[in-house]
Design a protein around this ligand. Structure first.
Ligand SMILES: [Zn+2]
Length: 92
């Protein structure tokens, strides 16, 4: 982990979820809005999957822009958009 503070948001409501400041794997996090909740381990797995999807999408866009009009064809399709129960507001 870095010392950069990143908010964990509910994937549905996009509001910050509530949980302990020093979580363990089994600590419960929940959305104060819709009640979407899971333990810290699963929350982080969802956030990680979300972040990886964002990164692959921005890389894909960059590659398309870079090779536009050139003989190099970028044929990869963008990663399908999946639903993530928990996301982050980290800007990539
Ligand atoms: Zn929610």
């Amino acid at each position: 982990m870095t010392d950069q503070s990143v908010s964990i948001l509910c994937g549905t409501c996009r509001v910050a979820v509530e949980g302990p400041t020093e979580p363990q794997d089994e600590s419960a996090y929940s959305c104060p809005f819709c009640g979407n909740s899971d333990n810290f381990k699963n929350v982080m797995a969802s956030v990680k999957a979300f972040t990886e999807e964002q990164m692959s999408r921005s890389f894909d866009k960059m590659a398309r822009d870079k090779f536009r009009g050139s003989i190099v064809q970028v044929s990869s399709k963008p990663a399908p958009k999946r639903f993530h129960p928990f996301i982050t507001d980290l800007k990539l």
